[in-house]
Design a protein around this ligand. Sequence first.
Ligand code: NAG
Ligand code: NAG
Ligand code: NAG
Ligand code: NAG
Ligand code: NAG
Length: 420
Amino acid sequence: MRWILFSAIVVIILSLYLFKGYRNNVCKTFSDYYTNTDHNENCYYNPDAHLKVDEIVKRRGYPVEVHNITTEDGYIITVFRIPFGKKKPSIKEKARQPVFLLHGGVFNSESYINIGNKSLGFLLVDAGYDVWLGTFRGTKYARNHKSLSTTERDFWNFSFHEMGIYDIPAQIDLVSDITKQEIIYIGYSLGATNAFVYGVTYPETARKKIKAFICLAPAAFLYEWKSPTKHILRFWSYIEPIAEYFTNGILYLRLPHKLRSILCLPYPFQMDICQFVDMLLWGFDYEQSDPETLPITLIQNSDAISIKTFSHISQLVINGRKFQQFDYGQNKNKEMYGTKEPPIYNLTEFRVPVYLIRSENDFLVTKENIEKLNSSLPEKVKPYDIYVVRNERFNHGDFVIARDVVPLLYNHILDIITKF
Ligand SMILES: *[C@@H]1O[C@H](CO)[C@@H](O)[C@H](O)[C@H]1NC(C)=O
Ligand SMILES: *[C@@H]1O[C@H](CO)[C@@H](O)[C@H](O)[C@H]1NC(C)=O
Ligand SMILES: *[C@@H]1O[C@H](CO)[C@@H](O)[C@H](O)[C@H]1NC(C)=O
Ligand SMILES: *[C@@H]1O[C@H](CO)[C@@H](O)[C@H](O)[C@H]1NC(C)=O
Ligand SMILES: *[C@@H]1O[C@H](CO)[C@@H](O)[C@H](O)[C@H]1NC(C)=O
């Protein structure tokens, strides 16, 4: 009976997808989606939805460089660089300030260039910066390894800890070696977690190579997680072994890109459902929902992470007020770390100036969580207080998808970045 129901649903969804053959994939308002989009002048075809980072950047008229680097433990990571804007700089122009952008968990580097001219990557390059789009192991831009294949369990045996101690140093060294300048690092959510792991593991190197960390909704302390999904996380330790067994350790929390195009796009009600599920996780904000980019961000901002990363995050949510290494349970902790409890990430070791940004309606990185982070960092690395986005409904996802993300957030980043 269950299988019949399941197959029926699959057939219905697939046929909906196949029958809806419109080419135009984005419209200026949500009601336009209810029309024949091919005959509506408010709708058009945006190829970005199906392109990769370098293709999107080129299509928008910017130069792009592709750098493949190998981490100390063998993962091969693709970093993209937009060295200058649409106009070639004159020889007299002085060297541009490099900015390294790291995306959040289950996203990838597309999330900094996939909302057209509102994208942070393009705004920064237009403002005269040398933009580097980094990533971490496991996303579609970092799914190669010297000796492991993605079908092997060992490939996916990592958490954000390994991203912080291997992936970030490799990328920071690349940018630093090529530009010979101090870097400004902008990290969003898990992309900031990695920065903290890096900064406390290699405090001296970080201080030398990095001028400032600008943290958008940084995930370090997560115990005051307001999302209703917190209740599901309590069961995660039971689900995890089953998930591991079936997947080799890879997790598509928001499902793979292709599947999302079928599930979230063809009809407007599907877009509503997918958006609702996201908002359950990161906070409700329909006001900032952007009709012109939602079909793209819904399918593109969705990449794999490892089950171990997710388990590590859920430990931070469930197991109290600590920002610490992976908890294997007392016995294995003793074997791995020499102590029953995992070592904490000692934030008092952090030496690089930090700028923390949060928003009011973020279910994950809440006021309490970020204030705990603020108070754990040494006084001397905080030249400014926490900045709160001036919009009450701004949620965790809005940092990269909000309709008014430029006036609400990115203009402020362009301003504060000049102060370091
Ligand atoms: C970088 O790696 C990707 C993925 O393996 C590959 O498709 C691409 O050709 C490589 N690019 C360069 C410049 O080496
Ligand atoms: C993006 O382009 C549109 C249309 O050309 C323009 O109206 C808008 O002001 C631009 N936005 C930004 C942030 O540059
Ligand atoms: C993952 O790596 C750790 C050591 O880093 C090891 O103890 C553990 O057994 C590995 N897990 C799997 C599933 O291979
Ligand atoms: C963290 O580092 C500080 C300064 O380096 C040190 O005084 C403190 O004991 C450390 N805390 C822990 C828990 O290791
Ligand atoms: C963050 O830390 C700074 C310096 O330690 C302090 O002055 C400020 O009040 C803190 N901000 C909040 C919101 O707790």
